[in-house]
Design a protein around this ligand. Structure first.
Ligand SMILES: [Zn+2]
Length: 562
């Protein structure tokens, strides 16, 4: 036998099964783990991991890297935080299936809903239409730094069948039948799941609801049922009423989607919200009741301390208020004119003040300037201070006047750290056996926040209390791999795929959040740094070492069961 391709030597192995950790060497050949124990032979590549922890690479179940992977195949910054497999197409927003003439529309919708610069997507995305296999082939051709599991999104499927009517009306039985066939085709071609969402907040670039929001329950049930013939497959879904813990109708809908498909479903994250600090309990009770009834419904947990940034030029944060939404989705010139119009401002003022039936409520004192290219002295000032500085009549005027002075590119941040009660609630959510670490939204909301640090925060802030290290690693690796039927991934054992992450437990930390402009068409994004990760191995090749990309591109598009 030839020498191993790689030996990870002397690490503390947390193997992903939940077994207590142990010390061992790991030998790798041909992309697979060949031995775990004592390895005497030298590898062609040796990783000295004395004092370090080695675990299966993490599987991020909630990403929106569908576009980014076209020009940035390492899925940064997720890979900086130990992720070796990303699941894409969440919330209904895959780019396939697509007629070639619809690709720009899907990219613009993605840009608006998931907060990515439209110019960047137009310049960087090379997909020209087709189904799951076409998308996978195009993505994989230049080489990938991570593995990717593709989900097929409801909004893309609906656009394909209904065209422009997808954003206007319910589907007929015949149209639902066509959509079911498209979901089946995607699954046959290797999709790992089906996704949808029905948030009122999701509005397309032309101010219409996203296609999936127009779907009646029978359409969602039929599309979920399309998965029943397949051995693998999972569903991701965000209900219309997720923030208040799901209405009775939405609960019944989700249970039925699970029943007809026989598949697991991961659902929107549970957050202790400042405005509704206990609403998450109701979502948890639903998951517990579903579990009692035998369904597999798993809410995501989130450990990130999200610092939200936004600019009026491209934010979706205010889309719950029609006066904001209808104005901010207009073409640039008209938008500028209307934002200065006192009548429009009066409507905005009234809706801002009426907080009933709103998921997100803002306080002017909590909004402060984070970046101002032309007025650097505004940075750090809260809206009431801006009002005094600009002599505006009230806070709304100050907010809009300041934004208009920088062509709506003035960047604000929402101030205020989570308090102790929120930490206690998050710890309960994170430790609950029915939750899945997730909700990174990686690749999305690029100018608002960066949530890829959930892995590192789980390991540094919630381990060992309330979650033991072995359990935390299983939740980041073998459990999501099992959910998506990615066999022989998420565990370290002979024969398993060699996706590994190695870190120094003494140095592991979340680094600063930074703004970088490294995307096509000078697109920018927030990234969160990581410290203490020593190596990342994908399919047996070292893709990151000591915090730097090695240039290796061994990633693959994974199919369920493979
Ligand atoms: Zn999402």
């Amino acid at each position: 036998m030839s020498a191993p391709d790689l030996v990870v030597r002397g690490a503390r192995v947390v193997d992903g099964t939940g077994l207590p950790s142990y010390s061992a060497d790991i030998a790798v050949r041909d992309g697979r783990v060949m031995q775990v124990g004592r390895v005497d032979e030298r590898g062609n590549v040796e990783l000295d991991a004395d004092g370090a922890v080695v675990a299966p690479g993490f599987v991020d179940i909630h990403t929106h890297y569908d576009a980014q992977l076209h020009w940035e195949p390492t899925a940064s910054p997720s890979s900086w935080h130990g992720v070796t497999t990303v699941i894409t197409g969440n919330c209904g927003f895959s780019l396939f299936p697509a007629r070639s003439e619809d690709v720009p529309w899907l990219l613009q919708m993605l840009s608006r809903v998931e907060g990515m610069p439209a110019d960047t997507l137009a310049a960087g995305a090379t997909f020209t239409g087709g189904g799951c296999a076409d998308f996978a082939a195009n993505l994989g051709a230049p080489g990938l730094g991570v593995n990717v599991g593709l989900q097929v999104g409801h909004s893309a499927v609906r656009r394909y069948v209904l065209g422009n009517a997808a954003v206007e009306r319910a589907a007929t039985d015949a149209e639902i039948g066509e959509m079911v066939e498209l979901v089946r085709a995607a699954m046959r071609e290797g999709a790992v799941g089906f996704t949808s969402s029905q948030l009122d907040m999701h509005v397309t670039h032309d101010g219409k609801p996203v296609p999936s929001n127009l779907a009646a329950p029978d359409e969602l049930v039929a599309l979920a049922g399309a998965l029943s013939d397949f051995a693998g497959g999972a569903i991701e879904f965000i209900s219309r009423t997720n923030l208040e813990g799901h209405s009775a109708d939405d609960r019944a809908l989700m249970l039925e989607m699970c029943a007809v498909s026989g598949k697991p479903m991961n659902i929107s994250p549970l957050h202790p919200l400042p405005t509704q600090p206990d609403a998450w309990r109701s979502g948890m009770e639903f998951a517990e009741a579903a579990h009692q009834a035998g369904a597999r419904i798993y809410p995501q947990s989130s450990t990130q301390q999200l610092q939200v940034f936004f600019a009026l030029a491209d934010t979706f944060l205010f889309d719950e208020m029609p006066a904001f939404r209808d104005t901010l989705t207009l073409p640039a010139d008209e938008r500028t004119r209307r934002l200065a119009d006192p009548v429009v401002r009066d409507a905005m003022r009234a809706q801002w003040a009426d907080t009933s039936n709103r998921a997100v409520v803002f306080r002017w004192e909590a909004i402060k300037v984070a970046r101002a290219d032309e007025h650097p002295d505004w940075v750090g000032r809260r809206v009431p201070e801006l009002q005094a500085l600009l002599g505006s009549a009230d806070e709304l005027d100050a907010f809009l006047d300041a934004s208009l002075a920088e062509d709506l590119k003035l960047v604000f941040t929402l101030a205020g750290a989570p308090g102790r009660s929120s930490r206690a609630a998050t710890a309960q959510i994170v430790a609950h056996p029915l939750t899945l670490p997730g909700s990174s939204d990686a690749g999305a909301h690029l100018s608002s926040y960066c949530g890829v640090d959930y892995t590192t925060r789980l390991l540094t802030e919630y381990v060992p209390d309330p979650v033991p290290l072995e359990a935390a690693v299983a939740r980041l690796s073998s459990i999501p791999a099992a959910l998506y039927d990615l066999r022989d991934r998420g565990v370290i054992r002979p024969g398993a795929a060699a996706d590994l992450v190695v870190w120094d437990p003494a140095r592991l930390a979340v680094g600063p959040t930074r703004w970088v402009e490294d995307f096509p068409a000078r697109g920018g994004r927030f990234v969160v740094d990581a410290e203490g990760y020593l190596a990342l191995v994908v399919n047996g090749e070292v893709v990151r070492r000591d915090g730097a990309d090695t240039g290796a591109r061994p990633g693959a598009v994974l199919r369920p069961g493979a």
